[in-house]
Design a protein around this ligand. Structure first.
Ligand code: UDX
Ligand code: UDX
Length: 472
């Protein structure tokens, strides 16, 4: 049994695998870390000499990669080679919600995890610690163990040199946009497993920079379930405050004052009480739906319905905002220009997975709006994939079908528009030159601020009507 790790392989060079391995390599110069991915384009981008071209935008990531890359951090498409050389393999591939078949719309699709386990089973040499980094339904480790166990038994039968495996769960709690800080100074690192030597080996990696008291050891199933539960609790707070935001708007209360008042209660605390267009990102919806699916599977219908409502409320909040815009613009947005400020699911990331902007834009396009979308980090191609239509559109103005285009600045988002709709809290939206913006809009004009980010009094002073989420 090895207690010291010389070489790590991570399968999956995405938003989790990339930054996590970069920080491990940075903090453990004596360990070789190779991140592999099937996607050759993505690997090429991780290897780009120009650090502003990394495939994941994350503040501070360029500096970390700059320090470690080529020294003990490598990005490669040679998956089997990297597995063979590794003492420890992280599986950090995506686990999207299934779109068809059993559990469609709720269960996680584990085909990439299973494929990764099979690759490890085939390519590994000697003793290998296999670590689940992806968020997985509770008891997935059993599947991985079974696949690896079959490979080990097969080798023994063919009298090949014996392979042995230990499986650990080590979910990642980083949030996008703050990933480097979250990884360098985590609230906790969670390691689940039942093999003390493997646990000690993984803990010694994190122990290079994380205080021992923050490294929590649990059994495998508790670790898997803790990740789903953490995300469900966080998402639940957002749906709770968004439900109260709607109530504030109806009654003259102000949700920020309410959030401050209740957040001052140390039992509740101030975090995750920011009302907005609803949560997005790759985790919250997927993980809650997965929790719902698992609870139903175990016959816990009331528990499933309870958590499902968190997602239902989130979707409702997004449709509510689209409807509100339409209502304020005299009941129709057909052929009206609307400037969208922000498309990413939150600030400081180029990720658009489950972004509230997608559903809101689709609703407005269906009503025939012409959208002028500004986001500093999201590409036009990504917007086209998310909106399911190319920019410019095929339909002539006035035909009732909406169109969209990506614009480079606030002035062009506002040009000829009846409204600006702020959906992502990019810092630049706090300091908009409102008189200049209002000058190019069609009157009467609106600012709809779904993040309470803009300077509402300056916008009002410049002549705009302003709606701010949660303000009655
Ligand atoms: C992560 C976690 O892994 C997921 O479980 C969690 O719920 C959300 O965050 P993330 O890193 O954000 O996923 O996903 P993504 O950016 O899509 O990266 C996954 C990478 O794995 C992709 O680059 C994909 O090409 C790669 N992959 C997938 C492989 O290399 N091999 C496979 O078999 C499947
Ligand atoms: C989340 C978890 O925070 C992280 O621990 C887990 O590992 C992955 O999922 P992430 O999705 O990257 O991370 O971002 P997060 O900062 O949690 O935000 C999720 C969504 O909630 C965003 O759309 C954000 O705008 C929204 N949000 C967050 C609110 O609307 N209000 C808040 O108060 C906080």
């Amino acid at each position: 049994m090895k207690n010291f790790i010389h070489s790590i392989c991570c399968i999956g060079a995405g938003y989790v695998g990339g930054p996590t391995m970069a920080v491990i390599a940075d903090r453990c110069p004596g360990v070789q870390v190779t991140v592999v991915d099937l996607n050759a384009e993505r690997i090429a981008a991780w290897n780009d000499p120009d650090l502003s071209k990394l495939p994941v935008y994350e503040p501070g990531l360029d500096a970390v990669v700059g320090r470690a890359r080529g020294r003990n951090l490598h990005f490669s498409t040679a998956v089997e080679e990297a597995i063979a050389a590794a003492d420890l393999v992280f599986i950090s591939v995506n686990t999207p919600t299934k779109t068809k078949g059993l559990g469609a719309g709720q269960a996680s699709d584990l085909k990439w995890v299973e494929a990764s386990a099979r690759k490890v089973a085939k390519a590994a040499r000697g003793h290998t610690i296999v670590v689940e980094k992806s968020t997985l339904p509770v008891r997935t480790a059993a599947v991985i163990q079974e696949i690896l166990g079959a490979a080990a038994a097969g080798d023994a039968a063919e009298s090949q040199p014996a392979k042995t495996f230990a499986v650990l769960s080590n979910p990642e709690f980083l949030a996008e946009g703050t990933a480097i800080g979250d990884l360098e100074d985590p609230d906790r690192v969670l390691i689940g497993g039942d093999d003390p030597a493997a646990i000690a080996a993984l803990a010694s990696i994190y122990g290079q920079w994380v205080p021992a008291a923050r490294i929590l050891i649990t059994n495998l199933w508790s670790s898997e379930l803790s990740k789903l539960t953490a995300n469900a609790f966080l998402a639940q707070r957002i749906s709770s405050i968004n439900s109260i935001a709607a109530f504030c708007e109806a009654t003259g209360a102000d949700v920020r004052e309410v959030a401050k008042a209740i957040g001052a209660d140390s039992r509740i605390g101030p975090k995750f009480l920011q009302a907005g267009p609803g949560f997005g990102g790759s985790c919250f919806q997927k993980d809650i739906l997965n929790l719902v699916y698992l609870c139903r599977h175990y016959g816990l219908e009331e528990v499933a319905a309870y958590w499902e409502q968190v997602v239902t409320l989130n979707t409702w909040q997004q449709h509510r905002i689209a409807r509100l815009v339409i209502t304020k613009l005299f009941g129709t947005v057909s052929s009206k220009r609307i400037g969208l400020l922000g498309f990413a699911f939150k600030a400081d990331t180029n990720d658009t997975r489950e972004s509230p902007a997608i559903r809101i834009c689709r609703d407005l396009l269906e009503e025939g709006a012409i959208l002028q979308i500004l986001d500093p980090k999201v590409s036009e191609g990504q917007m086209a994939r998310d909106l399911g239509q190319e920019p410019g559109g095929v339909s002539p103005p006035g035909s009732g079908d909406g169109q969209w285009q990506r614009v480079p600045d606030v002035q062009q988002a506002a040009a000829g528009a009846d409204a600006l709709l702020l959906l992502t809290e990019w810092e630049q939206f706090a300091t908009i030159d409102w008189p200049a913006v209002v000058a190019v809009m069609r009157q009467p004009a609106w600012l709809f601020d779904a993040r309470a980010k803009a300077d509402a009094s300056a916008a009002r002073a410049a002549g705009l009507n302003v709606w701010t989420v949660g303000e009655g």
